[in-house]
Design a binder for this molecule. Structure first.
Ligand code: PGA
Length: 252
C-alpha cells in the first residue's frame, strides 16, 4: 500500500535558532499523533540540515534536502552534493521545485541528470512538476505535466521507482493563496498515475505516492487529501508553523 505523506518545504526560511525551535515543537507534537501508514517529512535549509537530522533521529519525522547539485563533486562553488547530504544522514531530496525551475534555470534535462545522481547516491526523491497559469488557461496543463515527467523520469528502470515520490504543484497555486480544487487535483493525479502505468507496470503506478502542493492549509487540506489519488501534500507556507503543520498531519 502506498504511503501517505505530509512534507514541509521550508524554502529560504528559518535561521539556525528558529529552525531548532520549530523542530523541537514538531518533535513534541508528533508524539501525540498516531501515524497510520503516514510519513512526515521536513525540508529545512542546508544550514539546518545536519541539526534537524540529528534532532529527529529518535522521532518519526524524516528530513529532506531542498535541492542538490547534479555533479558528484568538484569546482562548483556554492553547490551541495548528494554525498554531502547523505553524510549528514539525510536520505531524501526535493528536486524540480518550480522556484528552482523559474529562478535558477533548472530544466527537464538538467533535472534528469539530478535524478540520476540522487538515485546513484541512494537518495529518495520528491520530484516536483506542474503547469503555469497560461498552460492551465489554454488547456495545455496535461501536456506540460506529461512532458515534465517523461523527460526527467521516464528513462528510469522500474526498480528506481520505489525511490520516487511525485509532487504535482500547479505553479499558479504556489504561495498565492489560490488552490487547485480537490477535483482539479484528483483529475491531474489520476492522469499522472495512468501515465506511469502506461510506461511501467500498473503495480508501480499504484505504489507511487503522488502529493499535491500549492496553498494547502488547515482549512482546505482535508478535502484535498480525501481524494483517491492524492496521497498527501508538499507544503510551503503552512509548514513554517507547528500548529498549522500538525493540523495538516491530523487532516491526513
Ligand atoms: P505553498 O508552497 O504551500 O506556500 O503554496 C508549496 C510549495 O511550494 O511546495
Amino acid at each position: 500500500m502506498r504511503s501517505k505523506i505530509v512534507a514541509g518545504n521550508w524554502k529560504m526560511n528559518k535561521t539556525y535558532s528558529e529552525s531548532k525551535a520549530l523542530v523541537k515543537e514538531l518533535k513534541k507534537a508528533i508524539k501525540e499523533v498516531k501515524l497510520d501508514n503516514t510519513r512526515v517529512i521536513i525540508a529545512p535549509p542546508f544550514t539546518n540540515l545536519q541539526k534537524a537530522s540529528k534532532k529527529t533521529k529518535d522521532s518519526l519525522i524524516e528530513v529532506a534536502a531542498q535541492n542538490m547539485c547534479k555533479e558528484e563533486s568538484g569546482a562548483y562553488t556554492g553547490e551541495i552534493s548528494a554525498s554531502m547530504i547523505k553524510s549528514v544522514h539525510v536520505d531524501i531530496v526535493i528536486l524540480g521545485h518550480s522556484e528552482r525551475r523559474e529562478y535558477f534555470g533548472e530544466t527537464n534535462e538538467s533535472l534528469a541528470k539530478k535524478v540520476d545522481t540522487a538515485l546513484k547516491n541512494k537518495l529518495e526523491i520528491i520530484f516536483c512538476f506542474g503547469e503555469v497559469l497560461e498552460d492551465r488557461k489554454s488547456g495545455n496543463h496535461f501536456k506540460v505535466v506529461e512532458n515534465q515527467i517523461k523527460k526527467a523520469l521516464f528513462h528510469l528502470g522500474s526498480g528506481a521507482w520505489k525511490n520516487i515520490i511525485l509532487a504535482y504543484e500547479p505553479v499558479w497555486a504556489i504561495g498565492t493563496g489560490e488552490t487547485a480544487s480537490p477535483e482539479q487535483a484528483q483529475e491531474m493525479h489520476a492522469f499522472i498515475r495512468e501515465l506511469v502505468a502506461e510506461r511501467y507496470l500498473s503495480d508501480i503506478a499504484e505504489e507511487v505516492s503522488i502529493l499535491y502542493g500549492g496553498s494547502v492549509k488547515p482549512a482546505n487540506a482535508k478535502e484535498i487529501f480525501s481524494k483517491e489519488d492524492v496521497d498527501g501534500g508538499l507544503i510551503g507556507g503552512a509548514a513554517l508553523n507547528a500548529d498549522d503543520f500538525m493540523a495538516l498531519i491530523e487532516a491526513i
